[in-house]
Ligand binder design. Sequence first.
Ligand SMILES: NC(=O)C1=CN([C@@H]2O[C@H](COP(=O)(O)OP(=O)(O)OC[C@H]3O[C@@H](n4cnc5c(N)ncnc54)[C@H](O)[C@@H]3O)[C@@H](O)[C@H]2O)C=CC1
Ligand SMILES: O=C(O)CCC(=O)C(=O)O
Length: 541
Amino acid sequence: MYKVLVTDNVNDEGLTKLYEHEHFTVDKNTELPPKEIKEIIHQYDALIVRNQTKVTKEIIEHAANLKVIARAGVGVDNIDVDAATRKGIIVVNSPGGNTISATEHTLAMMLSLSRNIPQAHQSTTNGLWERDKFKGVELYQKTLGVIGMGKIGTEVAKRAQAFKMTILGYDPYLTEERASKLGIKKATLNEIAAASDFITVHTPLIKDTKHLINEAFLAKTKKSVRLVNCARGGLIDEHALLAALHSGHVAGAALDVFENEPKITEGLLKQANVIVTPHLGASTQEAQIRVAIDVSEEIINIFESQSIRNAINMPQTSGEVQGRMEPYLMLGEQVAQIGIQLLNDAPEKIDITYAGELIEEDTSLLTRTIIKGILTYHLGESVNLVNAIHLLKEQGLTYNIQKNAKNKGFSNYLELTLHKHSKEIKVGAAIINGFGARIVKLNEYRIDVRPEQHLLYIKHQDIPGMIGQVGSILGKNDTNIGTMQVGRKEIGGEAIMVLTLDKKIEQNVADNIKSLIGMKDIQTLELTTGYNFQDSPFIEV
Ligand SMILES: NC(=O)C1=CN([C@@H]2O[C@H](COP(=O)(O)OP(=O)(O)OC[C@H]3O[C@@H](n4cnc5c(N)ncnc54)[C@H](O)[C@@H]3O)[C@@H](O)[C@H]2O)C=CC1
Ligand SMILES: O=C(O)CCC(=O)C(=O)O
């Protein structure tokens, strides 16, 4: 049974699938203070929040069993994603569940701002009839600058076109082609500042976007510009905005979000031309049901079928790519296990080469799988696909990926090289049509070994009788040999044997083999041959 904790007001109808699922129990408590969440979080496998709960590093550190943090919404700035990643916890969200609601709220705020609707409503309900005081401006033929042309920015732009506005869009990912398809103009921030009558922001709050609208930007804006923020507080420097409102340079602002919610910078509310809502962008029946359904399904999928659609801290792979990459993931993990066991030390540097068909594939998940396989040898079960790269960097290790068109004679090929001082271990592998996974290279030797659970690697002098002696010792100790591969560089020189065994051999058997004349090295290798829960989460797009 998986335990899920819900600490914010997430829609119950949308959570139905989780409530009714036989493998899940859900505890919902929207009154828990942070201290209490910290105390009980170790009991839970998943946590669902909106943006009220701050999922801090402290809470995450106490989350001994947590596998998933789900944000019923878009922005994850209330979650310490770095801390979650370090702990191997998947952070997921509902990227599209509230797009339309946030878009419509933005339009509602822009219209309210242009026609002073909240102020006029207040005045009229107070018994006044101030028709001259609330003269507004039209949107028609005005220029709207949209900063952040993602899902919401794009939908806002489309709807604003219905008002016959000219749209300027700025987003590092906005191409000329997409802008032209949307019928908008791709612009720089400076161009938006100089030409826009209305400016609306739709970016996440990240280091790069904090105070994107600041004193310097406002100084470049057109006089009487109107600003809308239905994305995140902190995108606009509220003090700079206040100064620009005081000076009359900015004609008005419509704000749904604030830098220190629920606090609002003193003075802003005193401005007659500022209209506010308490972070209502996603607050519609439809959006709340949708985001709750999204996170419920996501959690069920992660625990029941190991597939992930919307992770923040994992690479995304399409279902089609996922199907093609599946056999390589197991092979990647096995290659890593062989490499690290042969190195028997922490590597300083890791080189991974993908060749043949693999150069066309999205190999990000495969790389993570290999890194995970390497690190698990020393760091144990705390390593998973979420935190593998993070932990690698934390260990000060570097890794290097090469995609090489030369395929070494195989239609696909992956090679791992682990370096430690002057020692180097190289393991090459391929999926061979009709035969499946094969280890095809060990250091400088060409081999052909099916990666099975128990392998025996032997390095020896190439002298007659060696194979027989090893076989005889294993036979006497009741150990069946599945396959045996030998490789040598030159007759009488150094050679290797790689055997697949039906069971693990005892140390005394290995010692017996090691004592044979001409024997140089012997290592038992143990490989994973089946994924278990949480080990192979796929991300679907
Ligand atoms: N008020 C509310 O209740 C709601 C607020 N939001 C917020 O709206 C924002 C946008 O959400 P979506 O459109 O769904 O996200 P999205 O991820 O689809 O789009 C964000 C866009 O911002 C762009 N961007 C990033 N840095 C930028 C920069 N420095 N300058 C310009 N563009 C930049 C990205 O390239 C991306 O295209 C998020 O902050 C989200 O949290 C979302 C839903 C409801
Ligand atoms: O849960 C909410 O209402 C906040 C929505 C929001 O800000 C987001 O999804 O980013």
